[in-house]
Design a protein around this ligand. Structure first.
Ligand code: MN
Length: 150
């Protein structure tokens, strides 16, 4: 079971992402602002975070900073989802610690490609203790460790 946290303040966008992700077999968790997102990450340790930049309470830049500063969370793959289309925003986002970037309106095939890229890399790093883990010097521990029987 791969759980993806959707952190997004707009209910319509959350619903759209939920439908796209569930249609691809992912389990979806939702947060409505940056603070909720951090609480849910701490509690559930999802496999990946789709993080809106413009959100109340804590915006996406504040959330990614706190994730990367927290040794327990730092390895979480995080994709920025933003309507910002200004020149230079992509560079700002990618230099802020995000692993990927999707612009709104969302292109479903771009979403799928990002998830395939990041979740494959993440799974390899868990098996081989390489990739993300070595890049950031530590290993992200998913909460999904109950499956001893496969
Ligand atoms: Mn927003």
């Amino acid at each position: 079971m791969i759980r993806i946290l959707v952190a997004e303040d707009n209910a319509v966008n959350r619903e759209l992402l939920r439908e796209l992700l569930e249609a691809r077999g992912y389990t979806v968790l939702e947060a409505r602002n940056g603070q909720e997102a951090l609480q849910m990450i701490e509690r559930s340790l999802p496999e990946l975070l789709l993080l809106d930049i413009g959100m109340p309470v804590l915006d996406g830049f504040a959330v990614i900073r706190r994730i990367r500063e927290n040794p327990r969370l730092a390895m979480l793959p995080v994709v920025a989802v933003t309507a910002y289309a200004m020149r230079g925003d992509r560079e700002k986002i990618l230099s802020s610690g995000f692993d990927g970037y999707l612009s709104k309106p969302l292109n479903p095939s771009s979403l799928t490609a990002e998830l395939d890229r990041l979740l494959t890399k993440s799974a390899q790093s868990a098996q081989q203790d390489q990739g993300f883990a070595d890049q950031r010097g530590r290993k992200y521990q998913s909460a999904d460790t109950s499956g001893s029987g496969g």
